[in-house]
Write a protein that binds this ligand. Structure first.
Ligand code: NDP
Ligand code: 2IT
Length: 455
């Protein structure tokens, strides 16, 4: 069926009005749905097999959303009460899969946006994983290791009944790294009396995969490399701004340095550091120790490296760069930041975080026709390597570092190819990676949903 663009626009608006009505208090979720609907609905109406089946309407409704109480006792003996969540969004192509986020901002809107994006992202990886996300409004900052352990144990003492290696396989996200996955896994194993691949991001001596810690950051850079190659360009010699200083930012920086780029910024929620000499591997090792072992703030960087500057309450996007890698959190790059990056000559943005750019910022990048990759494509390396961890767990076998890295590169290349297949305008040659990722991600899940009937 061929519809005029006016009719298609009306269909998109009608769909979004309905989703808004049902989820009016969930701005982040609505933002994520809007970005997908604008590219996927036009595709649906032009492809008869998907038309009239309400597939997208089914996809915006979680198959199951669980909330639960988490009681725990802090070091001073006080009883604390937090909220736990798991959104089981879509299981058409495999068990629910996606991270757990521990951050005070966590709520239904944020977890539903993350779970919705995860469905498309996991589909893009080519691996058999459905989409889910969970977490808690627990704030890990300033907590002792014992408090973290007690919280993780309390959280898993409820979550365990909803997950399993063939049902739902959580992993890390903001505030959940190797330490937390260890505590969560320990309690799951105790309660179920079984050693399975129920979580990913495990330590390598107890079922984890080599390269999983590096995978999201490395993958984001591999994707940027692929985008630059379409213009005959490369990372070597480029100046790069990175936001965040956590897992994704650290390994994005490591890969940029390895490929001959110059990283000039890192940040946290208090501000950013600017090092015009470049953050070399020695300086990055200092940051990794500061963040991962000492759990300090990025502002300490300038005490050790006084040539660098610290800007409180600001983001890195005001610094001129060739490539920007937002690797901190949602909506950290707004329209004014996008305009600043464009004015300063930025040619490539590869999202390491989930939905770091607002829809207005994305539109500005697309209008300027620079290389822009949405997180669901460019940060998929993390969950893809989680998928490889699940495979190794099932095989009861471990691949080498090089083997996993090769598979990660191959997967990022495949995702890039799919973005071209569904997002390239043959006339102008412009690749709309947002459109490509959304449609390619949709098609695999939609085909499975159609095959499985109305369930
Ligand atoms: P970490 O907890 O390791 O690091 C998060 C970083 O982001 C910290 O530097 C943190 O600073 C900063 N940050 C968090 N919230 C805010 C905020 N509101 N404003 C500014 N900065 C903020 O998390 P990850 O590195 O794992 O995750 C970063 C992003 O990447 C997230 O969007 C996550 O969803 C996404 N992602 C992660 C994957 C993974 O495998 N870990 C996979 C794919 C995507 P502070 O210490 O001040 O809070
Ligand atoms: O957003 C993400 O893709 C993640 N936080 C990783 C999820 C996973 O299951 O590895």
């Amino acid at each position: 069926m061929i519809l005029e663009s006016k009719e298609i626009k009306k269909k998109v608006e009608g769909f979004l009005d309905l989703v808004k009505e049902r989820n009016s208090l969930e701005p982040e979720f609505l933002q994520a749905v809007e970005e997908v609907a604008e590219t996927v609905i036009p595709y649906i109406v032009q492809n008869d097999i998907y038309h009239g089946k309400n597939i997208l309407l089914r996809m915006v409704e979680p198959e199951r959303a669980i909330t639960f109480r988490v009681n725990w006792v802090d070091d001073s003996g006080e009883i604390q009460v937090n909220r736990g969540y798991r959104i089981q969004m879509n299981s058409a192509i495999g068990p629910y899969k996606g991270g757990l986020r521990f951050h005070p901002s966590v709520n239904m809107s944020i977890l539903k946006f993350l779970a919705f994006e995860q469905v498309f992202k996991n589909s893009l990886t080519t691996l058999p994983m459905g989409g889910g996300k969970g977490g808690s409004d627990f704030d890990p900052k300033g907590k002792s290791d014992n408090e973290i352990m007690r919280f993780c144990h309390a959280f898993m003492s409820e979550l365990f009944r909803h997950i399993g290696p063939n049902t739902d396989v959580p992993a890390g996200d903001i505030g959940v790294g190797g330490r937390e996955i260890g505590f969560l896994f320990g309690m799951y194993k105790k309660l179920k009396n079984e050693f399975t691949g129920v979580l990913t991001g495990k330590g390598v001596t107890w079922g984890g995969s080599l390269i999983r810690p590096e995978a999201t950051g490395y993958g984001t850079v591999y994707f940027a490399q692929k985008m630059l190659q379409t213009k005959g360009d490369e990372i070597n010699g480029k100046t790069v701004t990175i936001s965040g200083a956590g897992n994704v930012a650290q390994y994005a920086a490591e890969k940029i340095i390895q490929l001959g780029g110059k990283v000039i910024t890192l940040s946290d929620s208090s501000g950013y550091i600017f090092d015009s000499d470049g953050i070399c591997s020695d300086k990055l090792a200092f940051v990794m120790d500061l963040k991962n072992n000492k759990r300090g703030r990025i502002s300490s960087y300038v005490k050790t490296y006084p040539n660098a500057q610290y800007f409180a309450n600001k983001t890195p996007w005001e610094q001129p760069c060739d490539i920007a890698l937002p690797c901190a959190t949602q909506n950290e790059l707004q329209l004014s930041d996008a305009n600043r990056l464009l004015d300063n000559g930025c040619i490539c943005v590869s999202e390491g975080a989930n939905m770091p750019s607002t829809n207005e910022a994305i539109f500005a990048f697309q209008k300027a026709k620079i290389l822009f990759a949405p997180g669901k494509a460019s940060n998929a390396g993390g969950v893809a390597t989680s998928g490889l961890e699940m495979t190794q767990n099932s095989l009861r076998y471990n691949w080498t570092r090089d083997e996993v890295d090769e598979k990660l590169k191959e997967i990022m290349g495949n995702i890039h190819d799919k973005c071209i297949a569904f997002g390239k305008d043959e006339k102008s040659g412009y690749i709309d990676y947002v459109k490509g990722a959304n449609i390619a991600g949709f098609v695999k899940v939609a085909d499975a949903m159609l095959a499985q009937g109305i369930v």
